[in-house]
Design a protein around this ligand. Structure first.
Ligand SMILES: Nc1nc2c(c(=O)[nH]1)N[C@H]1C(S)=C(S)[C@@H](COP(=O)(O)OP(=O)(O)OC[C@H]3O[C@@H](n4cnc5c(=O)[nH]c(N)nc54)[C@H](O)[C@@H]3O)O[C@H]1N2
Ligand SMILES: Nc1nc2c(c(=O)[nH]1)N[C@H]1C(S)=C(S)[C@@H](COP(=O)(O)OP(=O)(O)OC[C@H]3O[C@@H](n4cnc5c(=O)[nH]c(N)nc54)[C@H](O)[C@@H]3O)O[C@H]1N2
Ligand code: SF4
Ligand SMILES: [Mo]
Length: 656
């Protein structure tokens, strides 16, 4: 046995933390994994799901060869790469030549956020352009909202902001579960005397970080933010100079005054004391308020308006463009990199929210082929059964993944890709300012190829060789052109984390601008919302609960650290909900069915007195094949703007 060596890489998972990792390798096998102590955000710790990643890395279920079948009803057979790529290239070419590139859909999601993985898009652009997804299930509404308000979806680095904040509002964010490396920064802010408020309809682990917990009705935050803004105006506590940096101030004031305070409170379903608390925090002249906005808020039918209302509250109270304040939603993770631009807009887009229905409905030409890169749409998009049926009825479906997922199970061709420990890529974070690179800590198994190599194999067979030519290293160099000019080399990124040199410490601060702030809008002023869409009815007859299928520590979306084992998914409800579900009630641990208007599934009920009586809490990412997929219950509904997905507005009921 040889001596162990350590190698560093970066985690490419769809997670705001974008960690540096240190792997111990012995005899060609990874034996241990930890967070990189030299990474300023990772600080040497690792999350529970990646801590157990070696089980996935060495799993007997890992795909090690391309798989093919002529019909989806046939069993798969192993094939070699030449045959796999020949089949793929000839089918794609035939379909494009017969029906045009709009007959092919390339669907890519966030299984890896590596920028080289994203080069699959470049092949499909030059080969077509083919059809792509429209919108974003994760952050579409929120990104749209912040672009509308600030001119760009970008915000302060959370560590920078927390270092100067006096008040911290975790507005719909659950860092202990979904961004665990942020937790020490919050604790440090608290140790310096900052007061932390958590606002979430769900009581979750991060309540432990907060001095105060506000638990509105699901989606009630829109009314809550407007009610707090009204209190600021009524009390003369809005910032006196707000008009200098806010466009649309009069219309916003009219909006918040269009309803009496009690009406906002009733819609938010919080006690008056909570509203007073928030009004006190945001009152101008009080210390800076750092809002860490979660991604979940935007995944509602009024998600874009909700994010806009919170942005407006921060703006009119002076809490944007100054140290220690802001509405931190996303950091633009690609902004430092030079990515190839698409040659033309796609000939067709299919809403990501309703991907299955969109595929089935497409005509003239019909969608004949679907290619999936780094996504598991059957498990992760609404209306799972329809997505599966849509894929299974296509002429040709190819999926690149390391595992035989619910989506791969609908394919003709499955192409095995490297894991995050074998990846060679560049990683920017959507949760902080540090850039880094991954390097394979072990080589991929012999019959495994990266998405870049797959795209190159397709390009070579379709007369597009030159488009994707280059090694991973050469692509990294190309993508880092501006960074190199700013003194940051690919070697630097491969050796550790580098702070994005183009990002300001305090976004939108500008001493020369009126009021000291300049936003990325044409006139430099932020834009306040002027109207809100109508709310869903608070009560839907027969369906008293709102389904919240959320991140859990042991899974990264549909990638579970360990098999949850046999048996139905768990659903957590207030004990009163279980008691009311049937005569005699459903006991803690009892079996039941969870039903929505579009589906039904067996569940095990857990009593949780911390939850609201109108919420049913589940894990996101359950597998359809195991009967645990929450999205089998979720109808495809788009958000009010931004082509996002209202994942959390599905009404359900528990039945025995
Ligand atoms: N362990 C783990 N970590 C993850 C992931 C995972 O699957 N597992 N997924 C990753 C991904 S894809 C992403 S996008 C990020 C973020 O992943 P998310 O899970 O979106 O992260 P959070 O925003 O922390 O958590 C969402 C919170 O929004 C709340 N929420 C929903 N609706 C409302 C509302 O109307 N009002 C308020 N106030 N709150 C609401 C939910 O109750 C929940 O607590 O995290 C990543 N991190
Ligand atoms: N009900 C409900 N649904 C949700 C959510 C929710 O909160 N509730 N969250 C939503 C959110 S925020 C998101 S971002 C989406 C996530 O949806 P997805 O991105 O589809 O989910 P993942 O399971 O992270 O990744 C998909 C697949 O990518 C594969 N993969 C990993 N690395 C690579 C690689 O390098 N190359 C290739 N080709 N494949 C790779 C993984 O093995 C995995 O099977 O789900 C959304 N769906
Ligand atoms: S999943 Fe997130 S927290 Fe876990 S190692 Fe990867 S980047 Fe870090
Ligand atoms: Mo996401």
């Amino acid at each position: 046995m040889s001596a162990p060596t350590t190698r560093r890489t970066a985690c490419n998972r769809d997670c705001p933390d974008a960690c540096g990792l240190v792997a111990t390798v012995r005899d060609g096998r990874v034996t241990a994994l930890r967070g990189d102590p030299a990474h300023p955000f990772t600080r040497g710790t690792i999350c529970p799901r990646t801590a157990r990643f070696l089980d996935r890395q060495h799993s007997p279920d890992r795909l090690l060869n391309p798989l093919f079948r002529e019909r989806v009803s046939d069993p798969f057979r192993r094939i070699g790469w030449d045959e796999a790529l020949d089949v793929a290239a000839s089918r794609l070419t035939r379909i494009r030549d017969e029906s045009g590139p709009a007959a092919i859909l390339h669907y890519r999601c966030g299984g890896s956020l590596g920028l080289l993985t994203g080069l699959a898009d470049l092949f499909f652009d030059r080969f077509g352009p083919v059809a792509t997804k429209r919108g974003d299930v994760c952050s579409g509404a929120g990104e749209w909202a912040q672009e509308e308000d600030f001119g760009v979806c970008d915000g302060p680095d959370p560590a920078d902001m927390l270092a100067a904040a006096r008040h911290v509002v975790l507005w719909g964010r659950n860092p202990i579960t979904s961004s665990v490396h942020l937790v020490p920064f919050i604790r440090e802010a608290r140790a310096r005397g900052a007061h932390v408020t958590l606002i979430d309809p769900v009581r979750h682990k991060s309540v432990a970080l907060a001095d105060r917990f506000v638990q509105p009705r699901p989606g009630g935050d829109l009314a809550l933010a407007l009610g707090v803004a009204r209190a600021l105006f009524d009390r003369g506590a809005a910032h006196p100079d707000a008009a200098a940096w806010c466009g649309g101030l009069d219309a916003f004031r009219a909006l918040v005054r269009s309803r009496p305070p009690d009406a906002w409170l009733a819609e938010a379903d919080v006690p008056p004391d909570d509203l007073d608390h928030l009004a006190g925090l945001f009152a101008a002249g009080a210390a800076p308020v750092a809002v860490l906005l979660g991604w979940g808020l935007g995944r509602r039918v009024r998600g874009a308006a909700t994010v806009r209302a919170i942005d407006a509250l921060a703006l009119v109270s002076g809490n944007a463009g100054v140290p220690g304040a802001g509405v931190q939603f996303c950091v633009r993770r690609r902004s430092a990199f030079d990515l190839p631009a698409p040659s033309a807009p796609p000939p067709r887009t299919v809403s990501e929210t309703a991907l299955g229905r969109g595929i089935l409905a497409a005509s003239d030409p019909p969608l004949r082929a679907v290619w999936v890169t780094a996504g598991n749409p059957v498990a992760m998009l609404p209306d799972s059964e329809t997505t599966a049926a849509a894929l299974r009825s296509r002429e040709f479906v190819a999926v690149a993944d390391a595992f035989l997922t619910d989506t791969a199970a609908c394919a003709h061709l499955v192409l095995p890709v490297p894991t995050l420990l074998e990846a060679d890529d560049l990683v920017g974070s959507y949760g902080h300012s540090w850039l880094t690179a991954s390097r394979p800590v072990v080589p991929p198994p012999p019959e495994v190829r990266s998405d870049l190599e797959i795209a190159q194999g397709l390009a070579a067979r379709t007369g597009l060789d030159d488009v994707l030519a280059g090694t991973a290293r050469e692509w990294k160099e190309r993508i880092c052109t501006r960074l190199r000019a700013a003194g940051v080399t690919v070697d630097d990124l491969e050796a550790g984390a580098v702070r994005n040199p183009f990002r300001p410490r305090v976004p939108f601060a500008d001493a020369a601008a009126p009021g000291g702030r300049r936003f990325a809008t044409p006139d430099g002023r932020a834009r306040l919302l002027a109207s809100v869409p109508p709310a869903d009815p608070a009560e839907v007859p027969g369906f008293p609960l709102t389904l919240s299928a959320l991140s859990v520590p042991e899974a990264q979306s549909s990638q579970w650290a360990r098999d949850p084992g046999p048996g139905p998914a768990e659903v957590r409800v207030h004990p009163d909900v279980a008691a009311a579900a049937c005569p005699g009630g459903i006991p803690d641990g009892g079996a039941a069915r969870l039903e929505s208007a579009v589906g039904s599934m067996a569940v095990r009920v857990r009593h949780d007195p911390g939850q609201r009586r109108d919420v049913a809490l589940m894990a996101k990412g359950g597998h359809l094949s195991a009967g645990r997929c929450a999205n089998a219950l979720v109808a495809p509904r788009e958000t009010d703007a931004g082509d996002g997905t209202a994942l959390y507005d599905e009404r359900v009921r528990l039945v025995p």
